[in-house]
Write a protein that binds this ligand. Structure first.
Ligand code: ZN
Length: 241
């Protein structure tokens, strides 16, 4: 039997061009999304519908919670807050309902999924080994996934403590006994590591592989400008920041 391939996505942020490119590239049997499905970009309803159509397992990010009034936009910077308010005006009842019940963490097939961190699933950024160590300590998981930073990353905990391993396009990590893993696929819809290509991870039974995919950035940028969202949200897609 062929190994099960799951596409692990995060921070899709209403970017349907990027999502479709990733789904096509992945050819996966299953899809999980680590939150921030909406916000920033111009296609919240199309993204929610596509993820529903592929039967994706979804958790909520801070932008998703804010779009359905479960998180105060006061905590957002002005551009992000403006995008949240715009997103809320776009959601039809089905889209609203699709977001309204999501939580920022979930267990899935023995893997722990969180948006930000294990300690504070909706809001904390895990950008370094210290923050990763707190997440390893906060729950008993061997393999966990997080997003929120929009930067691909891999943290491993073992006898030597917590270490970060560099990851890039094509990096593959085979899970070893005695080690624990807290992995970030990067962002599908708004990468911030200087590479504008959509980022995601393919998860197999005992390995994870980081991937980058080109998509129609020009179309996503044009829709942002036409929608009345802040221009800076279009500009940043082009440079991946
Ligand atoms: Zn995000």
């Amino acid at each position: 039997m062929a190994a099960m391939r799951i596409a692990v996505l995060s921070d899709v942020h209403s970017n349907i061009e990027a999502l479709d490119a990733v789904l096509e590239d992945a050819g996966a049997e299953g899809v999980v999304v680590l939150g921030d499905i909406v916000g920033y970009n111009a296609d919240p309803v199309a993204v929610l519908k596509r993820l529903h159509d592929v039967d994706a397992l979804l958790i909520a990010g801070n932008h998703d919670l804010a779009a359905v009034n479960r998180f105060d936009v006061r905590w957002f910077n002005p551009v992000a807050a403006q995008a949240v308010r715009w997103t809320a005006t776009q959601l039809d009842p089905a889209a609203f309902e699709g977001l309204a019940h999501l939580e920022p963490s979930a267990w899935w097939n023995g893997r722990l999924l969180v948006h930000g961190s294990v300690r504070e699933p909706a809001v904390e950024y895990v950008r370094d080994e210290l923050a990763a160590a707190a997440s390893f300590a906060a729950a008993d998981f061997d393999v966990g996934f997080h997003g929120h930073t929009h930067v691909p990353a891999a943290f491993m905990a073992g006898p030597a403590g917590v270490v970060e391993a560099p990851v890039g396009d094509g990096t593959r990590i085979e899970f070893e006994k005695g080690l624990r893993y807290f992995l970030n696929p990067g962002s599908v819809g708004q990468p911030r590591d200087g590479d504008p290509r959509a980022a995601y991870v393919i998860l197999e039974e005992s390995a994870a592989e980081w991937r980058r995919v080109e998509y129609d950035v020009t179309s996503a940028m044009r829709k942002i400008r036409e929608s009345g969202l802040p221009d800076v949200l279009a500009d940043r897609l082009e440079v991946g920041r």
